[in-house]
Design a protein. Structure first.
Length: 188
């Protein structure tokens, strides 16, 4: 079928309609590509909360020369901790805090927290850090930050790559000459 040239009204309408249909089709595809996908099944959180937690965890413990929080499995750790070990008050504080993260991100940028650029995420998290200075542990962010930090440094990647691992008491070596040991140790 041959379309009419854009010089006629019918040709112009055909061109506008085809363009509008192309945009209507492409917009959800582009939006879906920008939204992160959750690769694990949360137990205590819903999918949106788990995505916000993953994004926040990667800003709290970002990847550097060592793996970041997401690569270390910290969001799954936090979710399991909330599902199995945490008090209902802490679970409610974390879930409402993650909901607030998404709401604040949508109000400021029109997207959920996980879909924001890292600089935008950092700006939102800095607001929570400032609020924490006046509210202390009543605020949700110290709980999330503590769980992320705890999860990261107890993970295999955090314990073996981010921290220096010194096995204590170490291997047994009997009959070591005194000159290899040097002075004795004192514990005070």
């Amino acid at each position: 079928m041959q379309s009419e040239p854009m010089t006629s009204r019918r040709g112009a309408m055909f061109g506008l309609t085809a363009g509008a249909l192309a945009i209507a089709w492409a917009a959800p595809v582009v939006a879906a590509a920008a939204t992160p996908v959750l690769a694990w099944t949360p137990k205590a959180l819903n999918a949106d909360q788990a995505l916000a937690l993953s994004a926040a965890a990667d800003r709290i413990m970002p990847p550097t020369d060592t793996p970041g929080a997401v690569a270390a499995g910290v969001p799954q750790f936090v979710d399991r901790t909330l599902a199995i070990w945490s008090t209902p008050v802490d679970v409610q504080k974390v879930t409402s805090g993650l909901n607030r993260m998404d709401a604040d991100a949508r109000a400021a940028h029109g997207k959920p927290f996980a879909a924001l650029e890292p600089a935008q995420q950092d700006a939102i998290l800095q607001v929570y850090v400032a609020e924490t200075k006046t509210q202390g542990w009543a605020h949700f962010f110290p709980v999330i930050r503590e769980l992320v930090t705890w999860g990261y440094f107890t993970s295999e990647a955090g314990a073996n790559q981010a921290l220096k691992y010194l096995p204590v008491p170490g291997p047994y070596r009997g009959c070591v000459p005194f000159k290899e040991i040097g002075r004795g140790w004192a514990l005070l």
